[in-house]
Structures are given as C-alpha cells and as structure tokens.
Write a protein that binds this ligand. Structure first.
Ligand code: DGT
Ligand code: CA
Ligand code: CA
Ligand code: ZN
Length: 577
C-alpha cells in the first residue's frame, strides 16, 4: 500500500476500533492525529524511513513502526487484531456520517448493534431512544445517514482512486516497461467520484495480465481474457484493465474515456457523415476503410472538430461548441497565482503562518490569504474580534519578512444561523479579505438558509462565500437552498463564490460553477488548507473549474496580486442598480 490516504485510513480505523474498546484515550488520539498528519502530508509517506517518519508531528517510535508495517504489508497487526474482535460489519457503522465512534461504541455495547442493517432496524423500531443521549432527532439523522450511505455505497472519491491508479500503474509499468498506461473513464474526465478504475495499456505483452491480476492490491479476480481483465481491489474498488495495440491507441482512449453520453453523441455525428466509430477506430461505413485511430486529435479532426478536453466530455454542449469553434480555453493549474483559503495553528490548522506561507511559495503561488475561523467555531478555537485583529497583525508582519510570497490577512467568518456575521463590521473592515461560510445549523429549511446566505451577501465586507452548498461528497447532502436566488444576489453585489478544492467538498460543483459564471459571477479556487501539504489540492479545484468550462479570466486568483486586490468586492464601487 503506498498512498497517504490509504495509510491514514488504516490508522484512523485503528483509532475508531480502539475507541470501541474503550482503550486509553491518549492512544486513540495518537492514532487519530497520525492519520490526520499523514493525510495532510504533501510528500509520499511510503517513501519515508522510520527516522524520517518520526520527524512528522505526533509520530513516535511505535507509530513509525506501524506505518512502515502498513506500507510494507498493506495492513497493521494491531488493526487486523482489532477488526477480528468485532463483527466484520462494524466498520460500516463507524464510517456512518453523524454517528461517530462514540455512538457506535454505545449502541454496540448496549444493544449489540454491529452493522448498518442492525442499526437501521433498531432505529425504525424506536429502540435507540433507550440509549443515553439518543433522542428522536438523532434517530432521524441516523436513518437519513443510512439512506445516503446506501445510495453512495458503490462510489469512491476520485482523488483516492487517482492515488490507487498511480500506485498500480507504477507496478504495471515495471512489468511492461515499454507500454504506455493511462487512467481513463471518469477519472480522466476529472469527475468528483468514480464507480471504478479504468486503465488503458497500449503496447503491452499479454503477460501484463499476470502482473495485474496478481498485484498486491487485488483481493479477487472478477474476469480475465486476452485483452481485458477486471479485479476487485482491497477496500471494494473495482479495476478494469484493457490492452490495445499502438495503432488503435487514440480510438481506445477516446472510447474508454467516455462519457457514455458524449460517445453516443459523437457516434451519431460519425454516422451522419457516413462513418462508424468504435474502440478500434473511425471507419468508412460503406467500405470499412480506416479513417483515423492513432490519436484522439485525428479522430476528432476527421469528425470536423478540434480536440475536446476530457473534462468537457459529458454531452453538455461540448460537441456543438467544438463544431462552432467556441470551446473555452480551459483554466490550468499554472494559471493560479494565489490561494485564498488557509488555516493555521491559530485555529484548527496544523502549521503556523510562516510554514503555510513557505509551503504556498514552494507550490508556486505568489500570494496566500490566511483565513482562520471566527469565534462561533469554538471547537476549532475560532477567533473573536480581538484575536482576529492580533492574528492579522502577525500575518502582515510575517508577510513583510518573507520574500516571494504576499500574505493577505483574512478570515473565514461564520454566517450565523440568522444570517448575521460572526464578527463585527469594524473588525471585518480591517481585514484584507473576508470569506463567509456556513458551519452550523445545516438542517434549516430552504427559505431560511436562502435568507441566511442573502443576508451574508448583503454585508459589505463579505468578499467570497466559502464552500457555498456545504455538501460533503458521499457523506452529506448540500443544505436546502434556493441557489438561483443566491446567485442573483451574489452577481448584483459582486461577491465571488468559492470552488473549494478539498477532495470531499469540490463545492461549488461543476454544474453550479458554470451556472454562476454564466450569471456573471467570478469564482475563486481555494484549498481550504489545514496543513502545509494541502496546496497540492488546488489540482482538484482546477478540475472542477475545467468541468465548469471556466477560463483563467473567470477565476479571481489567476490575477496578479494588485489586480486581484482591486477586484475584491470591498475595493469595487457598489454595482449600479
Ligand atoms: P464511472 O465508472 O461510473 O465513474 O463512470 P465511467 O464513465 O468511468 O464509466 P465506465 O467505467 O462504466 O465506462 C468507462 C467508459 O467506457 C465510459 O465512460 C464510456 C465507455 N463505455 C462504457 N460503456 C459504453 C457503452 O455502452 N457505449 C459507449 N459508447 N461507451 C461506453
Ligand atoms: Ca469507470
Ligand atoms: Ca469500468
Ligand atoms: Zn469552512
């Protein structure tokens, strides 16, 4: 096992299982902290030796040994033993949003509930009410979480699938050094989640199938032929491998990248021109003579189209736009000059101001806004007015000291349930940039939540709305909201909307960001970094932006610092009404 997230998952599960056993709280915390540290480390922890591992915050001798064990064997003995002590279904309980290890431990011990099915049955029968701290409200939340879980059960976060793909392809490449590997399907299209992992191998010998089906990540072989194999990986993800000869590389890439809807539309276009299109190539329908197959560009060109970037291939107007020569020039990671959303040790971040600034600079950024939480987020040690201003002074002081990176002193200010801002106007006015976000009372009705966001937008010191819909991929639905009304107000007020790059947020999503841009709203792409390694996450925000058809001009933080500052809402004249 070689990716950070997979290692972190084993450690976090160990912490959860220890909690279930009521083990020593310090030990539980130690595993949980290590899991978080590793998930947030930019470099590949699998390449670290024990000494290097012990330099990570919160990783001592024991944990370093456990981590090496996970890297080398794919699991840790302590984790395996813990799993064996409980029913195998216990992990699904632990992973249920809104339940958490404490509740799971209570219902397991008091009611013997060890699976989602048990929990659902008990909840429906009203048996949870007998457990301390579990009223009807909590029961309803649990039932909703189970329902959502069932609907999402078979999908995975794309960045996690990308990590798995990289690890797997590295080993396949060793087995077939001359071959060329590309992840295709939804992963290549930059989707948020993937149903499975599709890999295309060009120019590999048939023996590659042995390496694939025998890989250490493989739990079970689902099917195996000469040119195609499917396996189930540990953790439940399916992986499909296809072998094609170099001559049909482009056709196979095009076909297996999809989407299915794009392919069908493209095939119709081919048919209308007397051509047939399949995974082997583009052919003359009458004579079967090959027309194009070696590159995707050649196939699109033979259909009278420029190359269509994979992120656009969703049959959302891209073929017409391509035919009309009006495909957008999509934003790229290298267009981003700044990151606008980052936390430090002042609240719930793991690194201090200077460390974050240097990491942003190392990631090629020219500016960084430090935007710690406001007081309402007490759990995160949120800042009140006095601390916010003192923190801003420190941010500016560090910024003056450092070369090659400009720091902006901002805040991620909570939008209270009634729509008022969590910090006084005169404090917000002192800062360089204000993100306003919802972090509480997610269950408000649509009308209330819509008013709440509109009120926030009406505050003249709000520049950006952070993670505007509050959804967590595969875990939490967006809050109820009239997005149209919010977009209307944001456009009128000149407030920007964030595309949050956290892998489980991607919020706004592609469709919403495209809609916002069409309404004249500018977007930002931000990491919501909580540690120095997090700036690499910009990549995922950029993918969402590309899927939203955005160009560099549509995104505020592609601008040079002075132009960026000038385009913030606080420095613009109020929009004429
Ligand atoms: P996923 O796996 O749900 O995240 O989404 P995809 O797009 O990766 O879907 P998948 O893995 O079923 O198939 C990979 C690609 O193969 C898909 O994007 C397009 C192509 N493909 C699959 N089935 C069909 C089909 O019936 N017709 C056409 N034209 N293409 C297909
Ligand atoms: Ca797929
Ligand atoms: Ca597939
Ligand atoms: Zn936030």
């Amino acid at each position: 096992m070689s990716d950070n997230l997979a290692i972190a998952r084993v450690l976090a599960e160990t912490a959860d299982l220890l909690e279930l056993k009521e083990a020593n709280p310090f030990k539980i915390r130690a595993y949980r902290n290590a899991a978080e540290t590793i998930a947030n480390t930019g470099e590949r922890v699998a390449a670290f030796d024990e000494a290097r591992l012990r330099e990570l915050p919160g990783v001592g001798r024991d944990l370093a040994a456990r981590i090496r064990e996970i890297v080398e064997t794919g699991d840790a003995g302590v984790h395996r033993e813990l799993v064996a002590e409980f029913p195998p279904t216990i992990l699904e309980l632990l992973h249920l949003q809104g339940v958490g290890p404490k509740t799971a431990a209570t219902v397991y011990r008091e009611l013997g509930i060890g699976s989602l099915d048990d929990l659902e049955r008990a909840a429906r029968a009203g048996q949870l009410a007998s457990v301390r701290g579990m009223g009807p409200k909590k029961t309803a939340l649990i039932l909703r979480a189970i329902d959502e879980r069932r609907r999402h059960a078979s999908r995975y976060l794309a960045p996690e699938v990308a990590d798995t793909a990289a690890a797997l392809i590295a080993r396949l490449q060793e087995a077939a050094p001359g071959a060329d590997f590309t992840p295709v399907g939804s992963l290549r299209r930059g989707a948020e989640t993937c149903g499975d992992l599709d890999i295309l191998a060009v120019g590999a010998p048939p023996s590659l199938m042995d390496a694939f089906t025998g890989d250490r990540l493989v739990e079970r072989v689902l099917g195996r032929g000469e040119t195609k194999a499917s396996v189930l990986l540990h953790g439940g993800l399916q992986a499909d491998l296809r072998l094609v000869p170099p001559g049909s590389r482009g056709a196979a890439l095009q076909y297996f990248t999809g989407s299915k809807a794009h392919n069908i539309a493209l095939r119709d276009r081919a048919l209308a021109r007397g051509l047939t299109l399949n995974e082997y190539g583009l052919f003359d329908a009458a004579t079967s003579a090959p027309v194009a197959s070696e590159t995707e560009e050649a196939i699109y060109a033979a259909l009278g189209l420029p190359f269509v970037p994979p992120e656009l291939r969703e049959n959302r107007g891209e073929i017409d736009a391509a035919a009309a020569g009006s495909l957008p020039r999509l934003i790229e990671r290298s267009d981003l000059r700044g990151d606008l959303h980052a936390h430090t040790t002042a609240t719930d971040g793991r690194d201090d101001i200077e460390t974050m600034a240097l990491a942003a600079r190392a990631a090629g950024l020219e500016y960084l806004a430090i935007t710690d939480h406001s007081q309402a987020l007490a759990m995160a040690n949120g800042l009140d007015e006095r601390r916010a201003l003192a923190h801003a002074a420190r941010v500016r002081e560090v910024g003056r000291r450092l070369d090659g990176i400009t720091l902006l002193a901002g805040i991620e200010c909570d939008i209270r349930p009634d729509g008022t801002m969590d910090l006084a106007d005169d404090c917000l006015a002192e800062l360089d940039l204000v993100i306003a976000s919802v972090h509480s009372a997610f269950n408000q009705e649509a009308s209330q939540m819509t008013d709440r966001l509109r009120r926030a937008i009406a505050c003249p010191y709000v520049d950006i709305i952070g993670h505007p819909t509050g959804r967590l991929l595969l875990r939490r639905e967006p809050y109820q909201l009239d997005l149209d009304a919010v977009l209307h107000d944001a456009a009128a007020a000149g407030v920007a909307l964030e595309i949050n790059s956290q892998i489980e947020r991607r919020d706004l999503n592609d469709v919403q960001a495209r809609l916002a841009r069409d309404r004249g709203i500018t977007l930002t792409i931000a990491t919501d970094a909580h540690a120095r390694g997090a700036f690499s996450l910009l990549r995922w925000g950029v993918q969402t932006a590309r899927r939203a058809w955005l160009t560099a001009d549509d995104v505020l933080n592609t601008r040079p610092i002075e132009a960026f500052r000038a385009s913030l809402r606080r420095h613009r004249r109020p929009a004429a009404r």
